[in-house]
Design a protein around this ligand. Structure first.
Ligand SMILES: NC(=O)c1ccc[n+]([C@@H]2O[C@H](COP(=O)([O-])OP(=O)(O)OC[C@H]3O[C@@H](n4cnc5c(N)ncnc54)[C@H](OP(=O)(O)O)[C@@H]3O)[C@@H](O)[C@H]2O)c1
Length: 260
């Protein structure tokens, strides 16, 4: 009989930021289906219904889940996320932290404003740094931190000065924390780097940007199509598993081979 216990997440406690929609929702459901209890974080009042649907799907799979409305960009909200995880945890520990929430508004360099810079760095960089700092004192040995980065971190996509820089910062954090928190805390820290994925962030991006990306999408080695959220979520779940214990500080290709 095959033994896939190394992929099992039963009883683990996970935080997924930005889990009301898109890639984050798919990750939260995937972790729940593999047995993890999940904090489903979101920020906007309008997303409560969608976030509740994610919680319902996780509970239907037999795991526990809780909603947590909090902005990762606001350091005062961070304890809410940590407390929600500790309430959900059956061991008093947090096992999995997925940094998925991010802003991704495109702007050519000439159009970059201080506000765009600040909101993106607050959400995409400051949030993960201070959330990790708050979680780390509760993390279990064997714990996992995964960033949802982007191919934009290294691909050099026109219009992504700020967004690309935030994602490059995430990948840098993963490499630093793999060393700083590896032996000391017994955890791994990794990234996945999707290319275009059919989510709200993609649909809401500039029409011209989407047209410009079409040739790139059609050149995707794995298949000439945009990714779906379920192309990404299993890769994140794998990085959260015991089987992934020897992978840390890495960026796992999650873009069909567009960029590695
Ligand atoms: N879609 C793509 O093509 C693509 C490609 C590469 C990488 N990525 C990355 O994948 C991740 C998810 O992207 P997506 O396309 O699924 O995004 P999305 O559909 O726009 O969803 C964003 C999620 O993040 C949440 N969020 C936004 N700001 C937040 C904050 N301050 N605090 C907490 N939650 C916040 C949103 O919550 P509300 O519902 O409450 O607003 C929502 O759940 C991001 O890191 C993104 O950079 C996406």
């Amino acid at each position: 009989m095959p033994d896939f216990k190394g992929l099992d997440l039963t009883g683990k406690t996970a935080i997924v930021t930005g889990a009301s929609r898109g890639i984050g929702a798919a990750i939260a459901i995937q972790l729940g289906q593999r047995g993890a209890n999940v904090v489903v974080n979101y920020t906007n009042d309008k997303s409560e219904r969608k976030a509740t649907e994610v919680v319902n799907k996780i509970e239907a799979a037999g795991s526990r889940a809780t909603l947590c409305q909090a902005s990762v960009a606001n350091v005062n909200d961070i304890p809410k996320i940590v407390d929600a995880a500790l309430r959900l945890s059956q061991t008093g520990k947090i096992d999995i932290l997925i940094h998925n929430a991010a802003l991704g508004v495109d702007a050519n360099l000439e159009d970059v404003t201080q506000e765009l810079f600040q909101t993106h760095f607050d959400t995409n960089v400051k949030g993960p740094i201070f959330l990790t700092k708050a979680v780390i004192r509760h993390i279990s040995r064997g714990g996992r931190v995964v960033f949802v980065s982007s191919a934009a971190a290294r691909l050099g996509v026109a219009g992504q000065t700020v967004y690309g820089a935030t994602k490059a910062a995430n990948e840098s954090c993963a490499r630093v924390w793999a060393k700083e928190l590896g032996q000391s805390h017994g955890i791994t820290v990794n990234c996945v780097n999707p290319g275009p994925v059919a989510t709200d962030q993609w649909q809401e991006s500039d029409e011209q940007f989407r047209q410009d990306m079409q040739p790139l999408i059609e050149s995707t080695p794995a298949a000439a199509r945009i990714a779906e959220v379920d192309d990404i979520a299993p890769l994140v779940a794998f990085l959260c598993s015991e089987d992934a214990r020897w992978t840390t500080g890495s960026v796992l290709c999650a873009n069909g081979g567009l960029y590695n």
